[in-house]
Design a protein around this ligand. Structure first.
Ligand code: NAD
Ligand code: UFG
Length: 337
């Protein structure tokens, strides 16, 4: 089975490419390299001993997509391609709506021309907005607080409507919680541009001395220690969730939503202390005011994925912290040569 990974050179895409190749799938990646390096897939090839051709191009462009489908017989698509920075989406909403929605619609248009009916979509826990009751179940009310979130919400809507109109389609919509960590080899990992927005890459850069301390955004939330709690999931567990989703799609029609999370919530300070313990390092931090738009707590109910996809996250927080640091310390400049 050959799988097209849009955004396949990115953080989650490259880890999923590795899992798929190791499981015997063929992989083709389409990425415009707006937030990735071709080096990621070169290293995936080095780790697996298998080829993963990369086509550099825009997934929102139907001509480009058509050319990919003409060149390769594609059996399924995993659609990672998208812009993902929440703050940037507030400043540049049209860029986000155009890139993220056009890519989803272009795939929906081109895939049936080549009898390709299976699509796995990268959605996000951000579609639960500020819904306060935890854990979050797939049938909880949704609604977003920023343009990035709305692009995921609207893409889910589009895919659900398209699947309802055409019974041959098999769409799996995966709502990721907070992916962190890296492949255990330390050869592939998360390579943010500039100063990281997200907690784990920020901690890694403090550990490496690139940044001098972590700002903890608020310690007055109604949580165990006052800092924000999230459901952190190892990127390799997340990658394996995509294999499970592909298998599910082979025997189901329609559109179905699944959370990919662990069901465990850790606070910012839990992460700092776990990172220090796992790696025998000290992370200096100071508490600053809350970051606008952040919620207190967000964690998944993982049971629907456990029952439907026969998948559960396996790796613990110590492993996440160890693998994140292993990648950072071996690649202080990311993929840059
Ligand atoms: P990433 O930025 O590393 O990967 C996305 C990839 O898509 C990049 O390689 C980028 O170059 C590519 N891309 C963007 N627009 C494109 C286009 N029009 N055509 C072709 N390629 C394009 O991000 P990631 O963390 O690997 O995320 C993958 C997906 O998962 C994204 O859709 C993201 O929104 C979603 N997601 C990520 C997180 C997270 O915390 N990392 C959480 C929830 C959902
Ligand atoms: N945090 C800090 N300091 C930092 C960075 C983050 O204290 O420098 C805190 C945040 O306030 C939050 C927690 O660490 O409490 C996690 O923050 P992240 O930025 O790592 O992750 P978010 O939960 O804010 O957002 C992530 C993705 C979004 C996605 C969302 C839900 O970045 O794209 O998860 O899936 F929408």
């Amino acid at each position: 089975m050959r799988v097209l990974l849009t955004g396949g050179a990115g953080y989650i895409g490259s880890h999923t490419a590795l899992c798929l190749l190791n499981a015997g799938y063929e992989v083709v990646a389409l990425d415009n390299l707006s937030n990735a390096s071709p080096e990621a897939l070169r290293r995936v090839e080095e780790l697996t001993g298998k080829k993963a051709p990369l086509i550099v191009g825009d997934c929102a462009d139907e001509k480009t997509l058509t050319a990919v489908f003409e060149e390769y017989k594609i059996d399924a698509v995993i659609h990672f391609a998208g812009l993902k920075a929440v703050g940037e989406s507030v400043r540049k909403p049209l860029d986000y709506y155009q890139n993220n929605l056009d890519a989803t619609m272009a795939l929906c248009r081109v895939m049936p021309k080549f009898n390709c009916s299976i699509l796995v979509f990268s959605s996000s826990a951000t579609v639960y907005g500020t819904y306060p009751e935890m854990p979050l179940r797939e049938d909880c009310p949704t609604g977003c607080t920023n343009p990035y979130g709305w692009t995921k919400w609207i893409s889910e809507r589009i895919l659900t409507d398209v699947a309802a109109a055409d019974e041959t389609r098999s769409f799996v919509l995966l709502r990721y919680f907070n992916p962190i960590g890296a492949h255990e080899s330390g050869r592939i990992g998360e390579d943010p541009t500039g100063i990281p927005n997200n907690l784990m890459p920020y901690i890694c850069q403090v550990a490496s001395g690139k940044l001098d301390h972590l700002n903890v955004f608020g310690d007055d939330y109604p949580t165990r220690d006052g800092t924000g709690e999230r459901d952190y999931i190892h990127v390799m567990d997340l990658a394996e969730g995509h294999l499970a989703a592909l298998k599910y799609a082979e025997s189901h029609h329609g559109a179905e939503v699944f959370n990919l999370g662990t069901g465990e919530a850790y606070s910012v300070l839990d992460i700092v202390h776990a990172f220090e313990k796992a790696n025998d390092l000290t992370i200096p931090y100071q508490v600053t005011p809350r970051r606008p738009g952040d919620i207190a707590v967000c964690y998944a109910d993982p049971e629907k994925a456990a029952n439907g996809l026969k998948w559960r996250a396996k790796r613990d927080l110590t492993t996440m912290c160890r693998d994140a640091w292993n990648w950072q310390k071996n690649n202080p400049k990311g993929y840059e040569k």
